[in-house]
Every structure is written in C-alpha cells, then in structure tokens.
Write a protein that binds this ligand. Structure first.
Ligand code: SF4
Length: 183
C-alpha cells in the first residue's frame, strides 16, 4: 500500500476504509482512495491526481470494490443493464454478478457519512462503482448502450442530494482551496 501525501495525518482506521482526521474540527471530504495514491484499482494501480487544498480537510477514503471483497488485482467489472430494467455490476469476462457484495459495505459507509459533516464527494470518473456517469452495457454486449451512475455513486446521489458530488473531471480547480480559505 502506497500512503497518500496525507499520510502525515493520523490514521484512524485501517484500509480499505480509512479516515485521516486532523485535530481541528474540519469538514470531511469523501474521496475515492485511488485518486490520492492508493493502488486500489483492478490492475493494482492508482489514479493519483493533484488536489491542492485537500490537506486542509479531514478525509474519508472508501473503495467500494475493495470493501466488497473483490481484492486487487481483480477482474474488471462493468455496469450491466438487465432485462427487468435494473442495473448490476458484473465481471467483464466472467459476467459474474457482484452486485450483492456491495450492499453491506456501501450501506455501512453511507450510515457513517450521514453522521459526519461532509463538504463534498470526489469520485473516480467512469468507474462502474464510483463514476457519476459510467458506461452501461447489456449482458455480453461489446459496445455501451448508455450510461448510468456507478453502484456507489448512485447511492451517494440518492442519499446525499444536498452535497456536491464531483469527479476528477468536474472538480473546479480552485474549489478546495477556496473552501479551505473560507473555514
Ligand atoms: S474507482 Fe472506486 S472502486 Fe475503483 S479503485 Fe477507485 S475507489 Fe476503488
């Protein structure tokens, strides 16, 4: 595990659900851990990006695929539209339906988040778990037939309608620094 730049803050829990808490009563930011340097992706890599100002906040890092027990490395998954109109997540090659494995950890994390003052969510774009908009396939299909929120992003959007949800593509460049300056 590669510690993110924020590892100087005190680790309160162990991976995959990690909380970096400062001693100050700062707002929380819930963020995909791959964006801050944790190699949580299916291929064992991260997607670290520069996030100036992030170290001014308490962080909640939650990787739904890790918490669902999919492990790393793992078979990549994708969103699949079922004939009954529901959406699930399935292995790209195996087509195994992993949806039920997300229920408990995502529910638990949502309850945790409801108890905290979350300033915003920063999620990995296009992920079938975290992406606010992710490609949607039919079972066995090769090309996307549409787009839908990832399984974790969908829960966030429904349960936290008043909290901004960004991806690395939509986060305004100065957003974190401006919010930090106003604390
Ligand atoms: S995009 Fe989400 S599910 Fe995928 S590695 Fe990052 S935090 Fe985990």
């Amino acid at each position: 595990m590669i510690p993110p730049k924020h590892a100087s803050k005190r680790m309160k829990k162990t991976y995959p659900e990690i909380i970096y808490r400062t001693s100050a009563p700062l707002p929380w930011i819930a963020i995909s851990p791959c964006l801050v340097g944790f190699p949580t992706r299916y291929d064992g890599r991260d997607k670290r990006i520069a996030l100036p100002g992030l170290d001014m906040f308490n962080l909640i890092l939650f990787c739904p695929e890790q918490s669902a027990g999919l492990g790393t490395p793992r078979e990549p998954i994708r969103l699949v539209s079922s004939a009954d109109g529901t959406t699930h997540v399935a292995g790209v090659n195996s087509e195994h339906d992993f949806t039920s494995r997300f229920s408990v950890p995502c529910r638990r994390m949502a309850e945790f988040l409801h108890k905290h003052e979350v300033l915003c969510f920063i999620l990995k774009a296009r992920s079938p778990s975290c992406g606010v908009i992710s490609p949607l396939f039919t079972s066995g299909g090769i090309d996307p037939v549409g787009a839908s929120p990832g399984i974790w992003a969908d829960m966030i959007l429904k349960e936290f309608p008043d909290i901004p949800v960004f991806t690395e593509d939509t986060l305004p460049p100065e957003y974190l620094q401006q919010k930090a300056a106003s604390l």
